[in-house]
Design a protein around this ligand. Structure first.
Ligand SMILES: [Zn+2]
Length: 329
């Protein structure tokens, strides 16, 4: 794969060759051109997802669904949800300021163009509504930020897990930890009961320990996340919204901005910070007035907005509000 446009056309990126990108299978440096025939292992198509072709294949599948299922042809409204996830995988490997990320979006534009012109031709210009958003943003590559004297850093999940276990061992005579994953600590509750320990005390001890770890910004016990009501618009509130008393860990913690468990090439997501939570939201199609806003809206507003357009009740778990700018009220 060559550049889609001349290199001068990639105006939003760092130089193609830099120290912050992870090269794919069988390639030494993360620079164009990419020869996927060479990089593809026999009977292992894993690499496709981290190329623009993952999106193009997804677009082809969507077009096939549109045709074979006769979407938009019947009396009832049809809904087609498409996840273009190659932008995510390319972003992880190369970071948001790479030529590769700019390239995957330029190519996604072309895939979207084909999708929209097919909708216009088959369903008709005034007979569909399209919305486009993202499930998260991404952090700059911390190694890049640190090189330009912006704070950031890396944490080893293995080392953190080991230290948490040692701390529990010293405090309670047992490691008590089942796993440390996704910025949560899961405790062995059966063992805590068997050892007649107070779970709340164990959680508190862990929170106090985590707050001493370099790179950790905040930590909360499950008790706090279950019973407090944090103010909307704060990072605490976002962590609380992600908490589920059945599925979540006993302690949740967050890192400082641009700190992550990762290798020093590429990047990841999963933080409450704006680089991760600020995503695009576009509505387009029948009855949608032209316009834009910088007003803060939330992804949970999409479902009630679409429900209003369809004159139907909101989904059971709706917490968002219909976007008046979009429904033209
Ligand atoms: Zn991801």
């Amino acid at each position: 794969m060559e550049y889609l446009v001349s290199i001068a056309g990639y105006t939003e990126s760092l130089a193609d060759k830099n120290n912050y990108e992870a090269a794919p299978n069988k390639k030494d440096t993360a620079i164009f051109p990419y020869d996927y025939k060479v990089q593809l292992d026999k009977n292992n198509f894993e690499i496709i997802k981290a190329t623009p072709y993952g999106n193009t294949i997804t677009k082809d599948l969507a077009l096939a669904c549109l045709k074979a299922e006769q979407l938009g042809k019947g009396k009832q409204t049809d809904m087609l949800c498409i996840s273009f996830s190659s932008t995510d995988y390319v972003g992880h490997s190369y970071g948001p300021r790479s030529v590769e990320v700019e390239d995957v979006y330029l190519r996604l534009d072309k895939d979207l163009e084909e999708l929209i012109s097919t909708l216009n031709a088959t369903v008709g210009k005034d007979n569909y509504v399209l919305f486009l958003t993202a499930d998260h943003g991404a952090c700059d590559v911390p190694a890049h930020l640190m090189d330009v004297k912006i704070p950031g850093g890396y944490i080893s999940e293995d080392e953190l897990t080991k230290n948490i276990k040692t701390h529990c061992m010293n405090q309670f005579g047992d490691s008590l930890v089942l796993s440390v994953i996704n910025q949560q600590v899961f405790l062995n509750e059966a063992k805590i009961m068997a050892m007649k320990l107070n779970k709340l005390v164990v959680e508190h001890v862990l929170v106090n320990y985590l707050l001493t770890v370099k790179g950790v910004a905040e930590a909360y016990t499950s008790e706090v996340l279950r019973n407090n009501d944090f103010t909307e618009g704060t990072f605490k509130h976002l962590i609380q919204k992600g908490y589920n008393h059945v599925r979540s860990g006993n302690v949740a913690f967050s890192y400082n901005p641009a700190w992550m468990e990762y290798h020093n090439k590429g990047t990841t997501h999963g933080a409450s910070y704006s680089y991760d939570t600020h995503v695009p939201l576009l509505f387009f199609g029948s009855g949608i007035p032209k316009g834009s806003t910088v007003k803060k809206v939330n992804i949970v507003d999409i479902a009630p907005t679409i429900s209003m357009m369809l004159h139907m009740s909101f989904p059971n778990g709706t917490t968002g509000k219909p976007l008046e700018e979009v429904i033209g009220k």
